[in-house]
Design a protein around this ligand. Structure first.
Ligand code: GLP
Length: 244
């Protein structure tokens, strides 16, 4: 089942999504949270940090598994997703760092990096709530449009459009890594609850295709239509082409 929460703007979307994630943490304090990077979740992470600082949220028993990481970037590289997570969330809440997992971007052996990450996800008992952003081409995590839905963690070659979209975080286009490790669609779909956040007109086409179009690996997010518990938090700009 898919529930859409129409937000006025980015701020409103962040507030609403943070409410649902807070409720998850309160109702199941030892939740396994699947977390996402990108600019869209930043506002909701800020709210979670504020609530934790006020004493309203407790991360001490939370485990987190992130969706993806650039291959070749180490945790202290400011562009790495591990750095992003520390900077935007983990360093500011009472989560145990040892219980936060991100694929190992420094692992050269692709097969090993992916197998290790799948083992971690299995060991923590799977994901209670998976947070997702949306790529402009409909990707989730770094599952790019392709001919099939990959099940487990795998190494992907990023598409030109994703490299261009992520270029804003790097000095020049050639600095953007061309490969990444990402959780598979199968693992994402096994999460017990999914929260998708999308904001702005540049996500409108991908969001409409994901929510209303045919289910196809050419629009990886479209598979979410088959998940039993999806909550989409999107602002009016992102929802402009969604006609329900
Ligand atoms: C990257 C990440 C995705 C994210 C997407 C959109 O490609 N791997 O997980 O959803 O960017 O990011 P943004 O929220 O910045 O638009």
């Amino acid at each position: 089942m898919l529930t859409i929460y129409r937000a006025k703007d980015y701020k409103d979307m962040s507030r609403q999504a943070a409410n649902l994630i807070s409720a998850q943490i309160i109702m199941k304090p030892d939740s396994v949270l699947g977390l996402a990077t990108g600019s869209t979740p930043i506002g909701l992470y800020e709210r979670l940090v504020k609530r934790c600082k006020k004493g309203d949220l407790d991360f001490s028993r939370i485990t987190s598994v992130n969706l993806d990481e650039y291959k070749g970037l180490s945790p202290n590289n400011e562009q790495s997703y591990r750095y992003f997570m520390n900077d935007n969330l983990f360093d500011h809440v009472n989560i145990q760092k040892a219980r936060t997992f991100v694929p190992d971007g420094t692992e050269e052996n692709e097969e090993k990096a992916c197998k290790d990450y799948d083992e971690i996800i299995a060991q923590v008992g799977g994901i209670d709530l998976q947070l997702l952003g949306l790529g402009r081409n409909g990707h989730i995590g770094f599952n790019e449009p392709s001919d099939s839905f990959p099940k487990g963690t795998h190494c992907v070659s990023l598409t030109q459009s994703t490299i261009e979209a992520n270029q804003r975080f790097f000095e020049k286009a050639t600095d953007v890594p061309t490969k990444a490790y990402t959780m598979g669609i199968g693992t994402i779909m096994q999460a017990r609850k999914i929260v998708l956040v999308a904001s702005g007109t540049d996500k409108a086409e991908a969001l409409a295709a994901a929510l209303c179009g045919p289910i196809t690996p050419q629009v990886p997010a479209s598979i979410l239509q088959l998940h039993p518990d999806v909550h989409v938090f999107a602002d009016e700009d992102a929802l402009k082409d969604v006609k329900f």
